[in-house]
Design a protein around this ligand. Structure first.
Ligand code: ASP
Length: 613
């Protein structure tokens, strides 16, 4: 239908007769000379109807009649000759901007309704609201930014596949209609018509299937797997998302890390023409919590937390003492004058007003408050330094490497809560002072995680990652503090976001049974839900392990997008609705009857309506 796409023409093509097809993005009428910006996913080319420049053989009347039907976003085809633009009207930002096509023949291929929002390239701040963009996603995708996002995602996935294929992995599809098991989040259920009262579940991940592939001797598996989790909607979550799911047999933790690092090295080379430095650094869970206040540390900048519980123990500051008595801790962060973006003329670094704002923020985070001391040429100063003897102040200053102009910020409370608040404070200060700008991406492996976490109130154990992680010792002693048992699991963290998670698995069914039991699964429940899997382990399961990388998150971080929805062609909105097709939706009663289901939601609705009236 066409000789060129809309991004191709250059001055070398002058004089060529070409045919283009695409969407009419804009039209302008300059006193009888008509200009059309013709767009497709490759670019934009200017078409011009210039009656005076046309030869006698061309029927101008019928050509202009056709062109008069060309409204915005109509699909058209035009044939004409490539010519130079009038000097001074070239568009240097557009690769085709030196030329235009003098229209000699044109055809309307399809018309368009008036568009609900602008689809031409524009600033993010001018975009239509997101629900609107998701509702008309096919129009939103016409924006060059969205096309670029999809292309980048495709390039990343292709590069990963390319490497994994070469490294001896095979891509295997695992079922979408699976058994509902009590692992992790809530399942999306699918009723079976043929076996009424029975349900499939959409997979939360291919975890058990990829492990069974290992039992089946597949050895090196991967899959671009769609996963489904019926969780409460949260800012940057999707109920369905894509993982690069990987599993290997006869491996230890380091082998899985290396397989992923090599894949990412290839992706980096392909996408950015850069050499990614490997091996990625590793940090233990405990160290990450202590230094960064999170299990997904952003290590692109310093501003680390330092625990000063022992340093301040001999101070007379009651607020801290009361917390220490209850087993709490005190963490400190040194906001160096040199990193403060807007320096206070009086205080050098952050000013008093700003400190008050930080104190309010800490209270909103559920902390009692925030204690501060500023470093001056005469030592530490603040409204409470009088409670800190000279030697404590000197020790603090030394420990925190505080120099005049620096500000020390202290948070105190129960260990985990205080570390997390410190981590949030660190990220807030980094964002506000531009510490993340222009930094190279930084991967880190989070390792050394516990196998279980205990509910602080009930003591009930839950899996720190998931129930299939192998304990470091291979087994769990009968009598021990379960919260101290470590598992061979790891997260891959990129720029402060967890983008992957994996582990070495229990290949010994007896250990797997023990873990289930410790997690509170009765023999009955274990039999009911996991007997198929436990049985598979009984037929000579090889030692194995793997990982899954969250593709939506990885792509959105690399593109600097605010939300993963920007890198998904047809995402759900924040309320998990698919606005483009209107899912979820009610279905006809006849469909429910066929499945032997009745909906009590309708009754509920009716009752609520009556109550409202
Ligand atoms: N199945 C796990 C998840 O979805 C990843 C893994 O352990 O391989 O988080």
């Amino acid at each position: 239908m066409r000789t060129h796409d809309c991004g191709m023409l250059r001055p070398e093509d002058l004089g060529k007769r070409v045919t283009l097809a695409g969407w009419v993005r804009f039209r302008r009428d300059h006193g009888g000379v008509l200009f059309f910006d013709l767009a497709d996913c490759h670019g934009i080319t200017q078409l011009v109807y210039d009656p005076e420049a046309l030869g006698k053989e061309i029927d101008k009347k019928s050509l202009s009649d056709v062109l008069n039907t060309f409204g915005r976003e109509c699909v058209v085809r035009a044939t004409g000759v490539v010519r130079e633009r009038v000097p001074g009207t070239e568009d240097p930002r557009n690769p085709t901007g030196a030329v235009e096509v003098l229209i000699e023949d044109a055809k309307l291929l399809n018309s368009s309704k008036p568009i609900p929002f602008e689809v031409a390239e524009q600033k993010n701040s001018l975009l239509a609201n997101e629900d609107m963009r998701i509702h008309y996603r096919y129009l939103d995708l016409r924006r060059p930014q969205m096309i670029a996002n999809l292309r980048f995602r495709h390039a990343l996935i292709s590069a990963a596949r390319e490497h994994l294929n070469k490294a001896g992995f095979i891509e295997v599809e695992t079922p979408m209609l699976t058994r509902s098991t009590a692992e992790g989040a809530r399942d999306f259920l699918v009723p079976s018509r043929i076996q009424p009262g029975h349900f499939y579940a959409l997979p939360q991940s291919p975890q058990l299937f990829k492990q069974m592939l290992m039992v089946g001797s597949v050895e090196r598996y991967y899959q671009l797997a769609r996963c489904f989790r019926d969780e409460d909607s949260r800012a940057d979550r999707q109920p369905e998302f894509t993982q690069l799911d990987v599993e290997l047999s006869f491996v230890e933790e380091a082998d899985v890390h290396a397989a992923i690092e090599e894949t990412l090295v290839h992706v980096w080379r392909k996408l950015f023409d850069k050499k990614l430095k490997t091996p990625f650094p590793q940090i233990t869970f405990a160290e990450s919590m202590a230094r960064f206040g999170t299990d997904a540390p952003d290590m692109r900048f310093g501003l680390e937390l330092v625990e000063v519980t022992e340093t301040i123990r001999s101070s007379g500051y009651e607020v801290f003492h009361n917390i220490l008595k209850k087993g709490g801790i005190v963490v400190c962060l040194n906001l160096k004058q040199s990193v403060v973006k807007e320096k206070d003329p009086e205080w050098g670094g952050v000013g008093r007003k700003e400190v008050d704002r930080l104190i309010d923020w800490a209270k909103q985070q559920g902390m009692g408050g925030l204690t501060w001391m500023r470093c001056t040429p005469n030592g530490l100063e603040s409204n409470i330094v009088k409670y800190f003897p000279e030697e404590v102040r000197a020790a603090l200053q030394k420990r925190m490497d505080a120099e005049p102009g620096d500000l020390l910020l202290f948070l105190a409370g129960p260990k985990m809560q205080t570390q997390k608040a410190g981590g949030a404070l660190r990220m807030k200060l980094a964002r506000e002072n531009g510490l993340l700008e222009g930094k190279d991406h930084q991967f880190v492996w989070l390792v050394g995680c516990p196998l279980f976490q205990a509910d602080p109130l009930t003591g009930k154990l839950s899996a720190f990652h998931h129930p299939f992680v192998r304990p470091v010792e291979g087994d769990i002693p009968e009598q021990c503090d379960m919260s101290k048992v470590m598992g061979i699991s790891y997260d891959l963290v990129l720029d402060g976001s967890e983008i992957g998670s994996g582990s070495i698995r229990n290949h010994d069914p007896a250990v797997q049974r023990k873990v289930f039991k410790l997690l509170g699964l009765s023999d009955d429940a274990m039999e009911r839900e996991f007997s198929f899997f436990l049985e598979a382990l009984e037929y000579g399961a090889p030692p194995h392990g793997g990982i899954a990388l969250g593709i939506d998150r990885l792509v959105s971080i690399l593109l600097g997008c605010e939300s993963i929805r920007e890198v998904i062609a047809f995402p759900k909105n924040k309320r998990f609705q698919s606005l483009v097709d209107g899912a979820p939706a009610k279905v006809d009663q006849s469909k429910l009857s066929e499945l032997m289901l009745i909906s009590i939601a309708e009754e509920e609705e009716k009752r609520e309506r009556v109550e409202d009236d």
